[in-house]
Design a protein around this ligand. Structure first.
Ligand code: OAD
Length: 254
């Protein structure tokens, strides 16, 4: 897709913003080849039942199945790379005085693209933790057939360090994202269906506190009607376009 037109008022708002927050979802990684959740046909939840894979009850019922499903997704991440949308967000972080990226993604691609001021609201698939004590574990013995590996300290099953439905988000990460959303003067919401709370509430806090709200998504979401600007394009096109409009070549990073 070719570059898309960026409204001048939006480019100017970003270039002059003091505090910027970005909220991202699975759509930002779609152009890297990571499947989203809710896109018809290609989304993971169109093919798999989240209640059977992404809840504590599912893990209790079928621990091996759940472990293997996440292990396959984790292995697939070794075959993908960040795309221009991830790099554009890392670029914005370097150019504005204060920035926070709140991501719902567990794929680690933002970090690989250079984002540093970041909270991972739904955890990170690359980390594994003890299902009983929460301790992060990096080595384990080969599991018995059909079972997850066991914690080397307490023998409980290991699980991916991601947030499942019916679980709480990491409290520090959520508190930081909420605080920064309320203080932001511009918020970018990219690649999320804005249907899963509490992350979906963050743009409302920002807007309620007077921030300019920018949505980047090829499709309409419940957030679209609250946004001041909607860029209806893939984030791998829209976000680099936003950067080059706000800081045309010749202008430098801070
Ligand atoms: P969804 O799958 O719900 O939404 C992905 C969004 O990305 C949709 O609105 C698409 O229109 C949009 N999209 C698709 N391709 C895009 C592209 N190239 N550029 C920009 N946008 C694009 O994913 P999330 O909103 O991340 O949670 O879902 C939120 C949470 O629900 C996930 O973190 C996960 C899931 O269940 C847990 O597993 C707890």
């Amino acid at each position: 897709m070719d570059a898309i037109p960026i409204p001048r008022t939006l480019a100017a708002a970003l270039a002059s913003a003091r505090r910027v927050v970005a909220l991202t979802g699975a759509g930002v990684s779609a152009e890297s080849g990571v499947p989203t959740f809710r896109d018809a046909q290609t989304g993971l939840w169109a093919r798999f039942d989240p209640r059977e894979l992404a809840t504590p009850a599912a893990f209790e019922r079928h621990p091996g199945l759940v472990w293997n499903w996440y292990a396959e997704r984790r292995e697939a991440l070794g075959r993908v790379s960040p795309n221009p949308g991830h790099y554009a967000l890392a670029d914005i972080e370097r150019r504005v005085p204060a920035f926070l990226l709140a991501t719902q993604n567990v794929d680690g691609l933002h970090g690989r693209a250079g984002s540093r001021a970041m909270v991972e609201l739904h955890g990170n698939l690359a980390r594994t933790r003890c299902s009983r004590e929460g301790r992060i574990v990096s080595r384990w013995d080969a599991p018995r057939d059909g079972e997850p590996p066991r914690c080397p300290h307490c023998s409980a099953f290991l699980r991916p360090d991601v947030v499942w439905f019916e679980e709480m988000l990491p409290a520090d990460a959520l508190a930081r994202a909420e605080e920064e959303a309320r203080r932001a003067d511009l918020m970018i919401v990219a690649g999320t269906s804005a249907e899963v709370y509490p992350a979906a509430a963050l743009p409302r806090y920002a807007k309620g506190a007077g921030a300019v709200l920018v949505e980047v998504n090829p499709h309409e979401t419940p957030l679209s009607r609250f946004a001041d600007h909607v860029l209806r394009a893939p984030s791998g096109v829209a976000l680099p376009g936003l950067v080059s409009s706000a800081w045309p070549v010749g202008g430098g990073a801070k």
